[in-house]
Write a protein that binds this ligand. Structure first.
Ligand code: NAI
Length: 288
């Protein structure tokens, strides 16, 4: 049976594990944090139970999906993976160390993939003995729902690895768009001005709810602040800083103080329970 390995079971990794398990693949999963690893299947069950309650998933399908995911202690136990995808913290040295560990256990034709939002896949491949098998598979949040996966080739990515990653991920119901290994790939690059103009309006005194309400009414499925709250202000800041650095601080990628303040306050969005849009501030009392 084809086996997918997922390393990192936070916001993205658990959703990626769910995506491939839902498509019938065997999934090996791990996280460096024992509490994250130990609660992963419980968190997944809770998430899927809501789908069962809504009549969108049969209880037996929930059990079958979860049973296809096996938690393991670390990358050293992922030797039978055909495709290993990392969704760990956005730090180059952590990702490189992880790929070196994976490379020493997987089969020669296994594919290694990064879910990085902003780091160079070519730089990640440096030091690997088979750089041709490394590529980017950039999922979007929430991974089980969002159709798009950006397929990122670095100059040394091999055609066989790219074709295999595409084939397996299309079987999981995704639409793959090839992307250059350039900062922000396609979507994050195009999205920067969208966030940036909203943050500029906020700094000019408009409120986040009002800006999002306008964008929603204009037909956007989610407003800029709703999106930041969903993705995480920390992730959004890291992606903006990385693009700003890569683009020699071009004004298009300006890092707004409002975003920095949000991260410094720990108001990261859904994952911390405080974001730009919530908890909702009480409106004016009647008669005010
Ligand atoms: P997260 O912080 O929710 O989860 C990261 C997980 O990785 C944590 O549970 C942590 O314990 C674990 N971890 C850290 N170092 C590890 C290691 N060496 N081995 C195993 N596990 C390790 O982060 P999130 O948001 O899931 O992001 C993960 C990756 O996905 C990042 O590269 C990020 O840029 C990318 N990404 C994030 C998106 C988002 O909307 N949050 C969207 C698309 C990509």
């Amino acid at each position: 049976m084809t086996t997918i390995a997922v390393i990192g079971l936070g916001t993205m990794g658990l959703g990626i594990a769910q995506t491939y398990a839902a498509a019938g693949f065997a999934v090996l999963a791990t996280d460096a944090a024992a509490d994250v690893r130990d609660t992963a299947l419980q968190r997944l069950r809770a998430r899927l139970a809501r789908r069962v309650q809504a009549g969108k998933l049969a209880p037996s399908d929930l059990d079958a999906l979860v049973s296809r995911i096996t938690l393991v202690d670390g990358p050293e136990a992922m030797g039978r993976a055909d495709l290993a995808i990392e969704a760990v913290v956005e730090r180059m040295e952590v990702k490189r160390a992880l790929f070196a560990a994976l490379e020493s256990v997987v089969a020669p034709d296994a594919v290694l993939a990064s879910n990085t939002s902003s780091l160079s896949v070519a730089a990640m491949a440096q030091g690997l003995s088979r750089p041709q098998r490394l590529l980017g598979l950039h999922f979007f949040n929430p991974a089980p729902v969002m159709k798009l996966v950006e397929l990122v080739a670095h100059p040394g990515s091999g055609a066989a690895a790219l074709a295999r990653a595409r084939q397996l991920t299309e079987r999981a119901g995704k639409t793959l768009i090839p992307c250059p290994d350039r900062p922000g790939f396609i979507v994050n690059r195009c999205a920067r001005p969208f966030y940036g103009e909203a943050l500029a309006l906020l700094e000019e005194g408009r409120c986040a709810d009002e800006i999002d309400a306008a964008m929603l009414a204009a037909g956007y499925p989610l407003g800029p602040f709703g999106l930041i709250d969903l993705v995480g202000a920390d992730i959004n800041l890291a992606a903006t800083e990385s693009l700003a650095a890569a683009m020699q601080d071009h004004p298009r990628y300006h890092v707004f103080a409002a975003l920095r303040r949000q991260v410094a306050a720990g108001d990261l969005g859904r994952k911390t329970g405080r974001g730009f849009l919530f908890p909702e501030k009480p409106g004016p009392a009647p008669g005010d």
